[in-house]
Design a protein around this ligand. Structure first.
Ligand code: GDP
Ligand code: CA
Length: 319
């Protein structure tokens, strides 16, 4: 069986959309591909923040208030590390730490990141397939006026405050798609590619920088819907620096700026009802526009949006 839908996603916005599709679709029909550009090594541990956010969310274990990590988390190891004078700028909860210990040990045994992810997902009872977009490392870096910052240094240590002039994706040009994603994109059963309402530069950009993915999408969009959901509503991000980056990198801070970013790669942009006045300009970029309610904090709203997108996919197939 090949999946009908391939969903590309980052962390929080990505996990919200992934959760909706997982509720609306049988496991064999959906392939979830996750950004690895934020992955890094902290205190010798392999941390994959976006994979973990998607995994914890689909397992129903995530903290919805904080937006990352486990619900009901404890922080004994992190506090003790700080007391000992160890590195504490990146907080790891005790339960979360167990994920990184397991991942690090299995990678050290020679398993691929996708094999480790499959085993972690199965241990928390997830039936849908979640894979890293690539088994090779891709590392997002942020160029500022005077320096080049590693992603977590920029995002966590410096709270995304430095002004970005360019985003780089080290390793992406040599990276390949994982096999599950390549096969799903090549298969005739594919009905649509969905790009979650994730940060375009920080979560989707590292994946699109894989040459194989970019050329596949450019080719696919002639016959298969490639649908992105805007992470920007009313000129603002729900969370994180997406709006700030749009402005710093020279785009209009709106769903139109998101559309410019995805021009030539997507067939449809899904924007919020409140942004409907932008639809005509976005259509001028050569894509269709679907307006609906795209703020999806709760599982019910996530499932509703996923079902609506599946209906949109069916209507394009019969049109
Ligand atoms: P990160 O890796 O944790 O930063 O997560 P993502 O890149 O996947 O998601 C961050 C983006 O998700 C931000 O730009 C938010 O504006 C967007 N986002 C978060 N929640 C929602 C939502 O309910 N609806 C929409 N449309 N976007 C959202
Ligand atoms: Ca992320």
């Amino acid at each position: 069986m090949f999946p009908r839908i391939v969903l590309f996603c980052g962390g929080v916005g990505g996990a919200r959309m992934a959760n909706g599709f997982a509720a609306a679709m049988a496991p064999q029909d959906l392939q979830i591909a996750v950004n690895v550009g934020d992955d890094f090594v902290f205190c010798g541990l392999n941390v994959s923040p976006d994979l973990d956010t998607v995994m914890y969310t689909l397992a129903g274990l995530n903290d919805t208030q904080r937006g990352w990590g486990f619900r009901d988390e404890t922080w004994i190891a992190s506090r003790r590390t700080a007391q000992l004078g160890g590195p504490a700028w990146f907080q790891l909860g005790d339960r979360d730490l167990a994920t990184h210990l397991t991942r690090t040990a299995q990678l050290a045994e020679g398993k691929s990141l996708s094999a480790v992810t499959a085993s972690l997902c199965s241990a928390v009872g997830i039936q849908h397939s979640i894979v890293p977009v690539s088994d090779q490392p891709i590392r997002t870096r942020i160029r500022t006026a005077d320096t080049l910052l590693d992603f977590q240094d920029y995002f966590v240590r410096q709270k995304a405050e430095p002004v970005a002039s360019q985003i780089l994706y080290s390793g992406a040009s040599e990276a390949n798609l994982v096999n599950a994603v390549r096969l799903a994109l090549d298969n005739t059963h594919l009905q649509a590619v969905i790009i979650a309402p994730s940060n375009p530069w920080l979560s989707i950009g590292p994946m699109l920088a894989i040459p194989e993915l970019k050329t596949t999408l450019q080719r696919l969009r002639a016959r298969t819907p490639v649908i992105a959901i805007s992470p920007i509503i009313a000129g603002q991000a729900i969370k994180g620096p997406a709006a700030k980056l749009l402005g710093e990198l020279g785009h209009e801070v709106s769903a139109f700026g998101v559309a410019e970013y995805y021009k030539g790669l997507i067939t449809h942009l899904v924007i919020d009802n409140g942004d409907a006045h932008l639809a005509e300009r976005i259509r001028g970029l050569g894509m269709q526009v679907h307006c609906t309610d795209i703020l999806i904090p709760t599982p019910a709203e996530q499932t509703r949006l996923a079902q609506e997108l599946l209906a949109l996919v069916s209507s394009t197939a019969t049109a």
